[in-house]
Design a protein around this ligand. Structure first.
Ligand SMILES: [Zn+2]
Length: 338
């Protein structure tokens, strides 16, 4: 039985089970919002319809999504109850064109963590460059050595490209200079010369988010794995991104999302030094009073987390995900932060 089928079955049994009492903030972690039916090699998000169904389910549960900053402010009051905050990482243009109208239709707000440096320079992030290279390879197959691994990449079929992507992603979790070198090696081996398109929002478009009452947060300048950088470079990535967002959008920036959730003690020191009031990670869990302000947990809610048999939206699965019912299944215990 697949993990998704098992979760669907368990969610039917878990319906009605309520999370523990007390004050609880669940921060949902999203990325892209795709057109219905759109499938990407590196698929990182939900369709418009699934996002709308998620917001419908929130409305039925009387949980109107707020920004992360609003959720944190509420949590500090310590009143019993539950709040939900929606967040979108990276700053893709579809966050403005697709997510924003859906959020507004439901009267919901959200936080958008923007990769400010890449938005400014109009450069694609490394994972989009990787997918672009595989999809635009002029060779059907290639042998390449990356990080000491000899790889045989097959690029002529969708299945081959998917396998290649899964193989290559962990090999690119390296410091920026080495990552650049590996991407260049890969592009050479695949015969790709055209630069990948940047699908991030233009600043002029991103302004609509702030004007609609959404929170703009930082997501570094270039989306590095922060813990692989010296402390001074970590601080620069965090501080400069907040400054650039303030300059371009006129927004107050008090929050930051660590790229890939990657952070260490130096990152937390840098987030404090850069003046952020809070930071979010990718660790699964809920926020309770006293949660660590510079490493708040979030919950991913991709299509696979809320669609059951036949790809149909399952409100039971979504509720179970939000209640942390499957944390044990993924070996990722909900550590309600203390
Ligand atoms: Zn990101």
């Amino acid at each position: 039985m697949s993990g998704r089928a098992l979760r669907w079955l368990l969610s039917q049994a878990a319906a009605g089970v309520r999370p523990q009492a007390g004050a609880r903030l669940t921060i949902v972690r999203h990325h892209r919002v795709y057109a219905d039916g759109e499938r990407r090699l590196y698929h990182l998000g939900v369709s418009e319809t699934i996002l709308a169904r998620q917001l419908e389910a929130c409305a039925r549960a009387r949980l109107l999504p707020v920004t992360v900053r609003e959720g944190c402010d509420w949590l500090r009051l310590g009143e019993p109850g539950r709040r939900i905050a929606f967040s979108f990482d990276d700053g893709y243009a579809d966050n403005v064109t697709r997510a924003l109208p859906i959020l507004e239709r439901f009267g919901a707000r959200a936080t958008f963590y923007l990769t400010a440096g890449l938005m400014e320079t109009r450069r694609a992030p490394w994972w989009d460059e990787l997918a672009h290279a595989l999809e635009n390879a002029v060779v059907a197959a290639a042998a390449v050595t990356l990080g000491g691994f000899e790889l045989a990449l097959e690029c002529s079929t969708a299945a081959g490209r998917a396998v290649a992507l899964r193989t290559l992603l962990p090999l690119l979790r390296v410091p920026p200079a080495e990552q650049r070198a590996r991407l260049d090696t890969l592009r050479d081996a695949l015969g790709v010369t055209a630069p990948p398109p940047c699908e991030f929002a233009q600043w002029t478009a991103a302004r609509a988010l702030v004007e609609a009452g959404m929170e703009a947060g930082a997501h570094t300048m270039t989306h590095p794995f922060l813990s692989l950088l010296p402390p001074a470079e970590q601080l620069q990535e965090l501080a400069a991104s907040a400054t650039l967002i303030r300059d371009r959008l006129g927004a107050t920036v008090t929050g930051v999302a660590y790229p890939n959730g990657d952070h260490d003690a130096h990152t937390i020191d840098a987030a404090r030094a850069a003046g952020f009031a809070y930071a979010v990670s990718t660790r699964a869990g809920d926020c309770v009073p006293g949660a660590p302000r510079w490493s708040l947990p979030r919950r991913a809610l991709p299509e696979g987390a809320c669609t059951g048999p036949g790809g149909r939206f399952s409100e039971h699965m979504m509720v179970a995900e939000l209640n942390g019912a499957f944390d044990w299944l993924r070996g990722n215990r909900a550590r309600a932060a203390s």
